[in-house]
Design a protein around this ligand. Structure first.
Ligand code: TXA
Ligand code: MG
Length: 355
């Protein structure tokens, strides 16, 4: 299949290109587009054949449901059976934005889109290109992250081109996304609402609204028998770079010392090695690494949003470079740190070393 690639600037949207993309969606085709979290791979959420094509293009297991994206609250009514009070509070506060809510689904939503579940995930993205596309299509758009299943989610147009060129009808390249981690998923079919996937909207923000808010216990630890994540996608090894990736947790200077020891050992054996750190810790590594080692900084601990924003990009960069081993530092798990550590831990296949 030939994929049309178009560049669209969020601040001067070329509506002709958006209309062309919307026409593809209406006809049952697939278009990748930017959102504020990560790029999505979109198809008509109410068309079972479009959903089937999405699973095929991503190589995604068909029991892993899709998120329906809307561009107005009116679009929500046709997708859901009811809107609980807690959902209204959340929608008022965080939509449009990086938050996905799980509702009981209406009969209009096909089981192909929800992976066979009776619930449906819905998000109103805060990105002008995404909104223009949904509005122009006139239907809600089912969109998982636009990566091949198992690879880090795409935060740049070129990531989508790397994974999806030749597999879908169109890619809208809107440059770098703002957040860089997928939306917070919140189940509002239970009281109080429960976090199924941490993200930019944090547990602390929800606790301010509802008092206690739990996170699905199954995603806080290594997958094990009998503890199944409520978001089916959270059970897969995800976000994974090709390299063997290990994370070290402990006092900063002790962590850097251990990472240097492990990294230099592997580098001396001739392996290509990556180290993931932050600006504040670069000095620990300067002048102490073998030539086979690349040290990458994800951002500033002082401003953890920068870390969230660069995480998937740097994991992909290590893949491109052919890194065979990656050694990374752990982060504190409060606020956005919960989402960062959730993605890092999965990327590392749960290899965390406590020092
Ligand atoms: O930020 C995002 O959410 C991005 C952008 C494109 O909007 N999308 C995204 O989609 O991350 P995806 O498919 O990569 O992740 C969707 C997650 C999966 O873990 C899936 O299992 C879960 O949402 N999910 C979808 N529908 C669900 C449902 N009815 N119940 C529980 N979990 C659901
Ligand atoms: Mg995904």
């Amino acid at each position: 299949m030939e994929t049309t690639i178009v560049k669209v600037d969020e601040s001067h949207i070329d509506i002709e290109k958006i209309n062309q993309a919307a026409e593809i969606i209406r006809k049952g085709g697939l278009v990748a587009f930017p959102t504020e979290t990560v790029y999505g791979l979109g198809g008509n959420a109410l068309n079972p054949e479009a959903s089937a094509k999405i699973y095929a293009a991503k190589g995604r297991p068909s029991d892993n449901p899709l998120i329906a994206h809307i561009a107005s609250l009116d679009m929500l009514d046709s997708l859901v059976a009811e809107i609980p009070d807690s959902a209204r509070i959340l929608m008022d506060k965080f939509w449009p934005g990086p938050m996905t809510l799980i509702f009981k689904k209406s009969s209009l939503v096909p089981k192909e889109t929800t992976g066979g579940l009776d619930t449906v995930a819905v998000r109103f993205p805060n990105h002008k290109i995404a909104q223009a596309l949904i509005e122009s299509a006139g239907v809600s758009i089912a969109a998982p992250s636009a990566n091949l299943s198992g690879k880090p989610s795409p935060t740049l147009g070129e990531h989508v081109i790397d994974d999806m060129n030749g597999r879908i009808d169109m890619i809208i390249d809107g440059g770098m996304v703002g957040i860089g981690l997928e939306s917070t998923i919140i189940d509002v079919t239970v009281e109080p609402p429960m976090i199924l996937r941490p993200g930019f909207i944090t547990k602390e923000m929800l606790q301010d609204l509802f008092g206690t808010v739990e996170t699905d216990p199954a995603i806080l630890e290594k997958p094990k028998e009998g503890l199944k994540p409520k978001a089916p996608g959270m059970k897969y090894r995800h976000y994974a770079p090709k390299a063997d990736f290990k994370i070290y947790r402990g006092e900063a200077c002790r962590v850097a010392e251990e990472i240097l020891k492990q990294a230099n050992e592997k580098a001396k054996e001739g392996f290509s090695v990556g180290i993931l750190t932050v600006e504040e810790h670069l000095h620990y590594y300067e002048g102490k690494t073998n030539q086979n080692i690349t040290v990458m900084s994800l951002g500033n601990i002082e401003n953890p949003k920068t870390i969230a924003n660069h995480l998937f990009q740097e994991l992909r960069a290590f893949d491109k470079q052919g890194a065979e081993f990656i050694f990374g530092e752990a982060f504190s798990e409060d606020h956005i740190g919960q989402a960062i550590m959730n993605r890092l831990t999965k990327a590392a296949g749960y290899q965390i070393v406590d020092l």
